[in-house]
Design a protein around this ligand. Structure first.
Ligand code: 6LW
Length: 537
């Protein structure tokens, strides 16, 4: 009897002691500050919502497939990719769509047990929303809102449970260049259509405001706050605030607009183009904002638009971004939330699972199964499709998210045909990429820059197995190949990431690095097998 009681006592208190020690260790590891960007690499146009003590964030994905990445966090700093909104070919067809189009500016919201993603498929059918009970998916098929003109849709629910759509539009007679309207209208979710009066809320705060877009409306202490982007998603970008006591009345511009911008910091300030934000209130009542920005490296932006976090305080209803600073900071005190690191992806993907990791994407919509995972190999079917066309080629890429990285792969590929290739690719658009490819009897380094495709180096090679590597250091790239990782040979001189950077390509989508195989227009049964892919930083 005594022994049983003692064991019960020891077990209970041992559990408490273990929990205390773990929380103490966790508290010890929790840093005071966090580093921006919180979502590095190709993650523009962030939108965020909170459900209880869980935070969900989405970013624009353009023609990448799966589309609409959904990230989860418990502390606004550590984020984990948990799923995508577009995961079925029948949801959306990106084929024929340019890399700068596709999914633009998603808004994520939660209401009465359902998650909503509302967005624009630019140059591919317009505005739609999808819903899910679990943010990791599966998500519904699109509900298209044909009456919704413009881009950058958002949703808010008023106290009377009515849902309001807000968006940008240029569908009116302009009084000045770049003039856009922010408008709202009730969205009847039962009828799945816009109903009632359509009301223009603002054309932006400045008397010649350009590109008023990405609206989000919040009801705070009984008043309506509208934040929007103005100035266009480049160095004149900004966030402005507008207020009203009724959602269907014109909003009045806040006296301190723009409430956030880096345009007054000059063209060389290391974080540029800050704008396009969304606000979230924590379970402790604090307010934070996620915004897009660009980090300059030697005047270039190789990592495209990324997501940054900044503190927001309210003063008489006005959102004050990073009080005392008025700008996005690369480091600041982290939110008062339980520090919750997420599991880090291993640098090397051994392709040992029976499905691809969520970080892998193709570009445009796959209409057939052209890759397989088997016995620890990723095998790509060579197909006639090429990345130079607006089609879905046999390419799998993941975001480049660091100024210094090393990417490698081990390829097993043999062909007797001159037109067949397989290898490593750094891809921004069909007009701007690098690829290091194995062919019938050689290795070639190919660059496509401003639409001009050229072989910039080659070397004889006939063995079936080859290791490829590319090292990035800010804008410098060095490619190499070899029979083993201990015997690598550089190929070509130092190349430049300017090829895929903002100054030379569209300012919208971002860069991916990964694997590609093609038969360049010919039908074939040839395949290329990759043993592993490693992205180290
Ligand atoms: C986004 C809009 C924008 O919908 O770019 O320049 C679009 N502004 O806010 C894609 O990022």
């Amino acid at each position: 009897m005594f022994k049983n009681n003692f064991l019960k006592f020891a077990k209970r208190y041992l559990t408490i002691i273990i929990l205390f020690v773990c929380s103490f260790i966790n508290a010890q590891e929790a840093p005071k500050n966090f580093q921006n960007p919180i979502l590095p690499g190709f993650n523009p146009d962030p939108s965020i919502c909170r459900v209880g003590d869980d935070y969900y964030m989405v970013t624009s994905s353009f023609c990448w497939y799966p589309g609409i990445p959904i990230y989860h966090s418990k502390d606004l700093v550590n984020w984990e990719l948990v799923g995508h909104g577009i995961t079925r070919p029948e949801q959306l067809n990106f084929n024929g769509v340019k890399d700068k189009n596709g999914i633009w500016a998603v808004t994520i919201r939660y209401h009465s047990g359902l998650f909503y993603l509302i967005t624009t498929c630019s140059d591919c059918s317009g505005n739609f929303y999808i819903t899910a009970k679990n943010p990791a998916g599966p998500w519904s098929d699109p509900v298209w809102l044909k009456d919704a003109v413009g881009i950058d849709p958002s949703l808010m629910w008023d106290d009377n449970d009515k849902c309001y759509y807000s968006g940008n539009s240029w569908d009116f007679k302009k009084s000045w260049p770049g003039q856009c309207a922010i408008w709202t209208q009730e969205l009847d979710l039962k009828q799945q259509k816009l109903v009632g009066e359509k009301k223009i809320l603002t054309y932006g705060y400045a008397n010649n405001a350009g590109y008023a877009e990405s609206p989000h409306i919040y009801k705070i202490n009984g008043d309506y706050l509208l934040i929007a982007a103005e100035g266009g998603t480049d160095m004149y970008h900004s966030i402005t605030a507008h207020h009203s006591s009724s959602i269907l009345e014109s909003f009045k511009a806040d006296k301190i607009n723009p409430v956030l911008s880096h345009r007054q910091l000059g063209k060389d300030y290391p974080i540029q183009a800050v704008g396009h934000g969304d606000l979230v209130q924590t379970q402790n009542g604090d307010w934070w904002a996620v915004v897009l920005g660009k980090r300059l490296v030697d005047g270039q932006v190789p990592l495209s638009r990324e997501t940054f976090l900044c503190k927001v305080n309210f003063e008489n209803g006005t959102p004050i971004f990073n009080p005392g600073h008025g700008k996005v900071l690369l480091e600041q005190e982290r939110p008062n939330l339980p520090w919750t690191p997420v599991k880090k992806e291993p640098f090397r993907d051994e392709f040992s699972l029976d499905s691809l990791a969520l970080k892998w994407h193709t570009v445009r919509t796959p209409k057939e199964k052209w890759y397989s995972l088997d016995k620890g190999f990723l095998t790509l079917k060579l197909r006639p499709q090429v990345v130079d066309s607006l089609v879905n080629a046999s390419m799998l890429i993941q975001r480049t998210s660091h100024f210094q990285f090393s990417a490698s792969t081990k390829l097993n590929f043999k062909t007797s045909k001159e037109n067949e290739q397989a290898g490593l690719i750094i891809y921004r658009t069909n007009e701007s990429y690098y690829m290091l490819m194995k062919e019938k009897a050689r290795i070639v380094l190919i660059r496509k820059f401003n639409g001009k495709k050229e072989i910039i180096a080659e070397a004889p090679y006939t063995k079936p197995e080859v290791y490829f590597n590319v090292k990035a250091d800010k804008l410098d790239l060095q490619f190499s190949f070899g029979e083993s990782l201990d015997h690598m040979n550089t190929i070509g001189n130092i190349q430049s990431l300017v090829v895929i950077s903002e100054s030379t390509v569209n300012k919208f989508n971002g860069t991916g690095i990964g694997l590609y195989a093609t038969s360049n227009g010919q039908i074939t049964k040839t395949k290329a097998s990759f043993d592993w892919f490693e992205y180290k930083y």
